[in-house]
Design a protein around this ligand. Structure first.
Ligand code: UDP
Length: 334
């Protein structure tokens, strides 16, 4: 026990040095929803699980380890048994949420809509409090899309794409600030080094953050030009052994035709990877969908703007379009 605790305390002290301290942004009338209680003590689920019941104080949720009081609650104030119960009812335990830049822009009055980032933060809080591990890949299309700018005033494609990747870092830092303002411990990892603002991407460190109940936001895409953040989502999902890519968009899912021009376009419930590629459905770019197919990663495409959709998708409820997976037979469409 002592060994295990010292390791966690040591790890916490190392990793907390990377955490950014944000003052609470002013978000108008928006107020934090959750009475979150987050500290380095109760975010350590591994440590709590390894304690024997004889160490527990029967009158409280805390236990003594040496001179340190350690909470026996899971992140966000649930007891471990509550967290385990809720966790087991969810289809996915570790998810990769892809949020496009366009989705962050909301009604597009500005590049980023704070109401959107706050609603994402609240949704993510709702699932992380169940013990679900959430990693996020953010896009940057609301600020800069390399392919659209390449060629203008001599801007080569690689340089344009690096600017696009920098745009994703801006979104990631904004999202992190919003998350932390409502008490969700969050780390940003960038695919290329920007050590003053974020950690570099280190796979094992990312996994460790997730295990400790922290949300990890992956920024700067894959770190390589000529790729997209959809591909980054598929890649990171495979690397961290997440079970699903949840692609949050501005539409309800994948349609058999463009719903903006065809009012009779049907929302498709499930699709195979082959159907996506052969019908050239514009869900994800080909590299991303192929990576998902090769690694058997299902993709759920759903509308971010419907409240509750992120948690519905994670719980395996029938939301949006599922690619490359099977629905729970009992799952009802909501
Ligand atoms: N980008 C890149 N490599 C990557 C990911 C992104 O070069 O691995 C650049 C590319 O220029 C892209 C921009 O970053 O246009 C923003 O990413 P993306 O278009 O995927 O964002 P989204 O459409 O999700 O908002």
């Amino acid at each position: 026990m002592a060994v295990s605790y010292s390791f966690v305390a040591f790890f916490n002290s190392i990793s907390s040095s990377y955490s950014s301290s944000f003052s609470k942004p002013s978000l108008g009338s928006l107020k934090p929803h959750y009475g979150l209680r987050v500290d380095s003590k109760n975010s350590s689920r591994r440590l709590v699980l390894s304690c024997s019941s004889s160490h527990m104080d029967s009158n409280s949720d805390t236990m003594d380890i040496g001179q340190t009081q350690v909470s026996s609650t899971a992140p966000f104030g649930l007891t471990m048994s509550e967290a385990n119960m809720s966790r087991s009812s969810c289809k996915w335990q570790r998810v990769l949420l892809k949020v496009s830049g366009e989705a962050l822009a909301g009604d597009r009055a500005q590049n980023i809509d704070p109401k959107v980032t706050m609603s994402i933060a609240r949704e993510v809080a709702a699932v992380t409090r169940l013990g679900i591990e959430v990693a996020i890949v953010v896009g940057g299309g609301n600020i800069f899309r390399g392919s659209s700018w390449a060629g203008s005033s001599g801007l080569d494609r690689s340089s344009a794409d690096y600017i696009g990747m920098l745009a994703t870092v801006m979104n990631a830092i904004f999202l992190q600030a919003t998350m932390e303002s409502i008490g969700i411990p969050t780390r940003v990892q960038t695919a290329f080094r920007m050590s003053e603002v974020a950690e570099p991407y280190i796979r094992r460190r990312a996994v460790r953050h997730l295990e400790k109940g922290r949300v990890v936001i992956f920024a700067a895409g894959t770190g390589n030009p000529f790729f997209t953040t959809d591909t980054a989502a598929a890649l990171r999902c495979a690397e961290i052994n997440a079970e699903v890519v949840l692609k949050a968009t501005n539409v309800d899912g994948v349609f058999d035709d463009d719903p903006r021009t065809n009012p009779n376009a049907r929302l498709l419930d499930t699709l195979t990877y082959q159907e996506v590629t052969s019908k050239d459905l514009s869900v994800m770019d080909m590299t991303a969908i192929t990576l998902c197919q090769e690694n058997n990663i299902p993709v759920v495409v759903f509308n971010l703007s419907n409240p509750g959709n992120i948690s519905r998708a994670i719980k395996g409820e029938r939301v949006g379009t599922l690619i490359g997976g099977t629905r729970n037979s009992m799952a009802a469409r909501t």
